[in-house]
Structures are given as C-alpha cells and as structure tokens.
Design a binder for this molecule. Structure first.
Ligand code: GRF
Length: 234
C-alpha cells in the first residue's frame, strides 16, 4: 500500500510508502523514537520545503515542520508557508551585512521554536560557524549535483558545461567547507540528449523531493540526546 499526496505540481505527487503510525516506521524508513521538530531555511521557489511538509503530513517522515526562515521577502517559499499554515520568519540578508549576524538571528528564531534539526532547502547564502555551531550534526543541505562534483553556484550549468552524462543531487550534513560534509543520501540523474538547463533542473529537483525527507530521517538517527534549545545557545 502506498500513501499519496495531491499536488498541483506533478513533481510533488510522490507515492510515499505507508505513512508512519505511532511507534512504527514506514517500510524502509528508520524508526524515530519521537516526532522531530524541523526548521527549514529557503531563499527561492520552496519546492523542497513543500516536499518536506508533505512527507511529514501523511507521509513517512515522523516530523513536523514548525518554522520556515526566508531571506527574501518575495520568495515562493514564503507564499507556500502561508498556504500550508506554517510559521514563516523573514530575516532579510540585506539588513545584516555581516553573515554572522544573519546566522545569529536565524539560529535565535529556530531556538525559540525549539527545533531539533534544521534543513537548508535552497538557502542561497553561505552559512557561518555561528549557525553550524548552533546545530552541530543537525544542519542538512540539499545540493543539485553528485558531490563532491560541481560544488558552488549553478551546479546544473557546471554539469552541462562539463558534458557529463550522469549527475544528480546530494543531501548532506553541513560543515564549514561549502557543499561538503558527510553525505546522507544521493540520487543519480542521467543527462539526456537534448536536455537544457530547465529540463535537467526539473528532473534533478524531482529526485531532491524524494531524498531530502529520507536524509532528514537518517540525520535524526545520528542525533544525540541534547535538546536542540540548549545546543542552539552555542
Ligand atoms: C534546489 O535545486 C537545491 O538543490 C538548491 O536550490 C534549489 C532550491 O529549489 N540548493 P526550491 O526552492 O526548493 O524549489
């Protein structure tokens, strides 16, 4: 039996395995002792944010997205949060020329919501040790390449320019080197003849929406028992 989600965007209509029930994990998913409180950071469209919410609501991820943080007032993620009834806080990077100060504000918002784990779901800012140190082993990023290939900006363009026939996406824990850190889950995506940037991005993103919730579940297994509210004090 599979769970399903309605989706106006076809790439979000994922057939998840049977949803979790109290004390029981969906087939192939790790068993989490308690429901996680998730914080999500997004700068743009927000499809990964919504995929996470859907994986929690009637899907196999035993978690709740309790707080979204955006850095861009006009971003699609903010509109999705409103539709999905999830608290959204704007921390505009233009108000914080120092990266550390932006990260301090973001960490404080998540601490106030007592989140266990934070997901960078298309956060287009480099994060500093302020945030990484507040959520050690609890900060997950999604990147549109098979790391360690094509780090940094426009990974899909880099893959097309390099002429690779296989690329994909990676969910990993965040460390201080950009687009590095322990890999949690990867998905491979073939580059097809005639692919352009848009078509390849679309197929990679469809895989991101599948692997990111699973990566969150795997990251949760690695969590120690310290409450996030304490670790977020630094
Ligand atoms: C994703 O492709 C992700 O890999 C990258 O930014 C994109 C965000 O897309 N870091 P969305 O905002 O989740 O739709």
């Amino acid at each position: 039996m599979t769970g399903s989600n309605d989706a106006s965007e076809p790439e979000l209509a994922i057939q998840w395995p049977t949803p979790h029930s109290e004390g029981e994990a969906a087939k192939g998913w790790p068993r989490l002792d308690r429901a996680l409180r998730l914080g999500v950071m997004a700068s743009g469209h927000g499809s990964n944010f919504e995929a996470l919410v859907r994986a929690c609501r009637g899907g196999p991820l035993r978690a709740e997205v309790v707080q979204l943080v955006v850095n861009n007032p006009a971003c699609g993620a903010r509109q999705r949060a409103e539709r999905l009834d999830i608290a959204c806080r704007l921390h505009d990077h233009r108000d914080h020329p120092q990266r550390q100060e932006l990260d301090r504000q973001v960490a404080a918002t998540f601490a106030a919501s007592a989140v266990d784990l934070v997901v960078m779901a298309g956060w287009m800012r480099i994060v500093t040790p302020v945030l990484i140190g507040a959520y050690p082993g609890r900060l997950v990023n999604i990147h549109p390449s098979l790391l360690p290939s094509f780090r940094g900006l426009d990974a899909v363009g880099q893959a097309l320019a390099a002429g690779v026939t296989l690329t994909g996406c990676t969910a990993h824990l965040v460390e201080e080197v950009v687009d590095a850190g322990p890999i949690l889950v990867q998905a491979a995506v073939p580059v097809l003849q005639g692919d352009d940037h848009g078509s390849l991005v679309a197929r990679i993103q469809a895989q991101e929406h599948r692997i990111l919730p699973y990566a969150v579940a795997l990251a949760a297994l690695r969590l120690d028992s310290r409450p996030a509210a304490q670790t977020a004090q630094g």
